[in-house]
Design a protein around this ligand. Structure first.
Ligand code: DC
Length: 234
């Protein structure tokens, strides 16, 4: 069957990753979490005390970074590996969330990640989520989704996600982190978060995960088979 690229962009904690992972699973596509790549770079910079303002340091560090995704059968997902080490848990910690937007605004970081993301999507049949996937990484993606949701709903969702990972974080702290990241992600010079002209907007405030997945799968199927409406059947 005709394979397409599905780009899902939007604000933090709107349900992009969970939706993208499920959609990929339904369609038999590969899911790529581009945010995890920026998080892994942030972890590397943190561990190696890379100065974000020293371009030579940053470029040198990037050359030493290898990121890949490997299947974790037990958890039913792919884990992120940084230079051969499983960093899936570490990159979701709050100290990474607090610094990732500062790291991902650096030109050299973005160029390296975008190159790698394009390679990963070369053969199509991918669902990639992030901030600039439909605008920069795959401007020709057959399906582009732009997700948004109310800030309170997003904060609660992120708090639950962290709780499931055994992290208890104050709701206000989460909300401030999300708002700060939105600000930096939308205002940066290179690859800012913005809706692609041809993206379908999905406001997930009142949507369940199942509804989000159904919506995106239906849109994808209509692109794949070239029809407007496709019934999934039961
Ligand atoms: O999707 P996430 O919340 O895990 O992403 C973490 C950060 O990475 C986000 O605040 C901004 C950055 N990011 C980016 O700049 N471009 C992307 N395509 C994906 C994420």
């Amino acid at each position: 069957m005709n394979k397409i690229v599905i780009a899902i962009d939007g604000y933090s904690a709107c349900g992009k990753s969970t939706t993208a992972r499920e959609v990929a699973s339904v369609l038999g596509y590969t899911y790529i979490d581009s945010g995890a790549m920026y998080r892994a770079v942030t972890l590397y910079f943190h561990e190696h005390h890379v100065s974000l303002t020293n371009e030579k340091d940053v470029v040198g560090a990037i050359e030493n970074i290898g990121i890949d995704f490997r299947v974790n059968k037990e958890a039913g997902r792919c884990d992120t590996y940084l230079n051969g080490m499983n960093v899936e848990k570490e990159i979701r910690e709050m100290y990474i969330s607090e610094n990732v937007s500062q790291v991902s605004r650096i030109r050299a970081v973005r160029e390296a990640m975008v190159n790698q993301q394009r390679k990963l999507g070369r053969k199509k049949g991918v669902v990639m989520d992030g901030r600039d996937i439909g605008t920069v990484v795959f401007p020709d993606a057959e399906l582009k989704i732009f997700m948004l949701a109310d800030i309170y709903v997003r904060s609660v969702r992120r708090q639950n996600e962290l709780y499931e990972r055994n992290q208890l974080v104050d709701l206000q702290e989460i909300r401030e982190n999300l708002e700060k990241r939105d600000r930096i992600d939308t205002s940066r010079e290179i690859g800012p978060l913005k809706q692609a002209d041809d993206a379908v907007v999905l406001n997930t405030t009142f949507m369940t995960l199942e509804e989000q997945v159904d919506e995106v799968v239906n849109l994808a199927l209509s692109k794949i088979v070239g029809k407007k409406e496709v019934s999934l059947g039961t």
